[in-house]
Write a protein that binds this ligand. Sequence first.
Ligand SMILES: N[C@@H](CCC(=O)N[C@@H](CS)C(=O)NCC(=O)O)C(=O)O
Length: 203
Amino acid sequence: MPTYKLSYFDMDGGRAEPVRIAFHCAGIAFEDERISFPDFGKFRETTPFNKIPVLEIDGVVVTQSNAMCQYAGKLAGLYPTDDLQALYCEEVLGAIEDMSNFMVATFGMEGDALKAAREELADGWFTVYTNGISKLLERGGGQYFAGNQLTVADLKVHVMFRMIISGNLDHIPADFVEKLAPNLVEHSQRIANEPKVLAYYAR
Ligand SMILES: N[C@@H](CCC(=O)N[C@@H](CS)C(=O)NCC(=O)O)C(=O)O
């Protein structure tokens, strides 16, 4: 069994969280290195693209959270074996990456500039992507995004949308998702109550 070390911010969310959950579901022990925000400046210089997460497998560093999702998802049985369903799964992972990038562009802003940027985000790209991801859930049958099973796509969507639904993203109304896509609110609650997800957070 290889040794795994996953390095990311010290938060139960973001790009590494679906990978952590998938490793846990696979029953794979990994070093869950949590980087504090003050330490990130130095740590990033040690990474290939100055970004996290990074995953070390037997000491060899790999990057790109969606690739990690696919890898850990396959080990955990949380990735479709059918090629078309795998394509659907990847599509969702990529769409959430796009959303992350739109959101991160507003980080570091303050005051009126933050308010204006977040309102533009809510009216613009977040509306487009929330509607689009809602339709992808319908395409999947309404319960899961791909293969009629829990996959890393559900985990990645859940991690993103539970944050938006929580209302903790300043200037994005807590009912933003409910108004546009109630099926994504139901999905988020359902994924939070999946036995595998409950077991991860109860660990
Ligand atoms: N495509 C990369 C993006 C990684 C990424 O942007 N990570 C953020 C944290 S979630 C980061 O390290 N940002 C630092 C920066 O852009 O300066 C992936 O999916 O892993």
